[in-house]
Design a binder for this molecule. Structure first.
Ligand SMILES: NC(=O)c1ccc[n+]([C@@H]2O[C@H](COP(=O)([O-])OP(=O)(O)OC[C@H]3O[C@@H](n4cnc5c(N)ncnc54)[C@H](O)[C@@H]3O)[C@@H](O)[C@H]2O)c1
Length: 289
């Protein structure tokens, strides 16, 4: 897919906002849709923060590009404007099956039959999403990693009915963003989160059982194994509510008790300690953007 196409990004939270900026910085026009005006306002602030962060981490990334030109390519809305004109939708709303199903039912009839519907989900089966759509061959999983502009690998998930053409178009869109696709078969949690969610959940159990503090747990992974981030800092980056929703989807999908969410995680989410996005999770982020 060439740059210059119009892409509808549904959901302007942690992933949707970062994705919109990444698409626009590669020349795509973006319609960023959310149901919540406050989320759109937060996304606006996030664009500037993220621009700064990416420039710090990778100077070449935005060389010769002006932020104002990038922002001019993003339209923010709470309505499905011009949905029938887009060639690609990337959905990034909360990790909740009922909420996602409502969006697909609402949006499906508004789209052209040829539109590719990419699902950015942590765990939800792509075949299940396809079952809600009239063209399941145009539905594909696009599990983007966080923060989107700095991650060059994307787990692409092939549902039961996903066509070869749809896979090719998803790969082409990712190539236009300088990203590489690793294509895997559909199964709840795919490869990444079947493994990662168990690790983060077990790390929460270790803290709950007072085996070690969050700092010690993560240091064993960073200073010991040489990982760039420990499991609890990773949970804070993703969002503990997203971790909890993902574990619930995995538990429901496999009926396997190994995915039961740690009660400490549930309590932290109830208390609004969601990680970086709320300023506090297993660690404190009061001073960090
Ligand atoms: N956070 C991560 O690191 C990460 C990584 C990969 C994939 N994901 C997946 O991406 C998706 C989004 O995650 P997130 O972390 O951005 O969530 P988030 O909670 O930060 O944002 C979700 C956004 O969706 C909006 N929303 C809810 N219902 C909507 C609707 N009907 N229409 C439009 N917008 C709606 C909310 O207002 C919110 O702004 C989830 O499925 C998640 O599992 C997240």
């Amino acid at each position: 897919m060439s740059s210059g196409s119009t892409i509808l990004v549904v959901g302007a939270g942690t992933m949707g906002a970062d994705l919109a900026l990444d698409l626009a910085s590669h020349g795509h026009s973006v319609i960023l849709k959310d149901i919540d005006e406050r989320a759109l306002a937060r996304a606006k602030t996030r664009f500037t923060e993220l621009w700064r962060l990416v420039n710090l981490m990778d100077r070449k990334r935005y060389a010769g590009i002006q932020l104002d030109d990038v922002l001019a390519r993003i339209v923010m809305t709470t309505r499905y404007e011009h949905a029938n004109e887009v060639s690609f939708v990337i959905e990034n709303i909360v990790e909740n099956i009922e909420a996602k199903q409502r969006v697909y039912r609402e949006l499906g009839p508004l789209l052209s039959p040829e539109t590719v519907y990419a699902v950015n989900s942590s765990c939800i089966s792509i075949t299940k999403v396809g079952s809600w759509m009239s063209r399941p061959d145009r539905v594909i999983g696009m599990h983007l990693l966080n923060p989107v502009p700095l991650k060059h690998l994307v787990e692409v998930i092939v549902g039961h009915h996903t066509s070869k053409e749809t896979i090719g178009e998803a790969e082409a869109l990712l190539r236009s963003l300088g990203k590489e696709a690793v294509v895997v078969n559909d199964s709840p949690g795919f490869v990444t989160n079947r493994i990662l969610m168990l690790t983060i959940n077990e790390a929460a159990f270790v803290v709950q059982d007072r085996v070690a503090s969050p700092d010690k747990v993560d240091r064993i992974f960073t200073d010991g194994f040489g990982h760039r981030m420990g499991p609890l800092a990773t949970g804070d980056l993703i969002g503990l509510d997203t971790i909890l929703h993902s574990l619930e989807v995995l538990y429901q999908s496999y009926c396997d008790p190994k995915f039961r969410p740690c009660p400490l995680l549930v309590k932290m989410v109830d208390a609004g300690q969601l990680g970086r996005k709320s300023g506090k999770g297993f660690f404190d982020y009061a001073e960090t953007p």
